[in-house]
Design a protein around this ligand. Structure first.
Ligand code: MN
Length: 239
């Protein structure tokens, strides 16, 4: 029995080598797991479920749907890039969408799953943007636009965000320690698994007599990798 975690694959047409790694991972590794969790930013961006008509997106969904044959359960959480993935996407891929955060019992260890962007509370501007684009009103009016218009808006937002990131310090874009400690306290001192920051590591947080592991998943920009957990614990494996 084992469970795998991946995040921040940022899949897109422009990284064929990573896409190859992804399809090999799905076929040879994910299919052997009991459960696969995707903790956000599977796609570089997601403009809406009608973009499943894109052959590239359809291929990715088909690779997920194939997990049914090996009885591997699939859970997908939204990231900051692909939060518009909805029920049509989930059904097509055979996935269950997960709320952020979600607390699970992982082989006897209480484990909190997050994408990670909500922990980056020092980035006040990003948190304001996040609140806006996660509101039902914003999403309704955005999704009412034609797909091409939505894609153009996203491209523009991405250019602006890339420019802005140059002006932000590495500290601001990492998780804020007080926010991490807060979620650990609020959830009765679980193990925490998240992605988003692209700073893969295992941190140990000592607080109130508890020792909490915090696993940060790797991104797939240069190379794929995953976290494998079983009843003996978790370990990070690069492809
Ligand atoms: Mn992210």
């Amino acid at each position: 029995m084992h469970t795998l975690f991946i995040s921040d694959l940022h899949l897109s047409h422009v990284r064929p080598e990573i896409n190859r790694q992804f399809f090999t991972f799905m076929q040879d590794i994910a299919s052997r797991a009991d459960v696969l969790y995707v903790l956000g930013d599977l796609f570089e961006y997601w403009a809406g479920d009608d973009d499943l008509a894109d052959p590239f997106n359809d291929r990715i969904c088909a690779a997920f749907a194939k997990l049914r044959e090996s009885n591997t359960k699939l859970f997908v959480m939204h990231g900051n890039r692909d939060f518009l993935m909805a029920e049509t996407f989930a059904q097509r891929c055979g996935a269950e969408l997960l709320a952020d955060p979600t607390l699970v019992n992982l082989y006897g260890t209480s484990t909190l799953l997050m994408h990670g962007d909500t922990l980056c509370t020092d980035d006040v501007k990003y948190q304001a943007f996040r609140a806006q684009v996660r509101s039902a009103d914003w999403q309704q009016s955005f999704l009412a636009q034609p797909l091409t218009a939505r894609k153009a808006t996203i491209e523009k937002l991405r250019e602006e965000s890339a420019l802005e990131m140059r002006g932000k310090t590495a500290m601001i874009m990492d998780v804020a320690e007080p926010s991490v400690l807060q979620v650990l306290r609020d959830n009765n001192y679980p193990r925490l698994i998240h992605g988003h920051t692209h700073r893969p590591a295992m941190h140990l947080h000592h607080l109130n007599g508890h020792k909490c592991e915090r696993w940060v998943l790797n991104d797939w920009y240069q190379r794929g990798g995953y976290l494998r957990c079983d009843d003996a614990g978790c370990r990070a494996i690069m492809l």
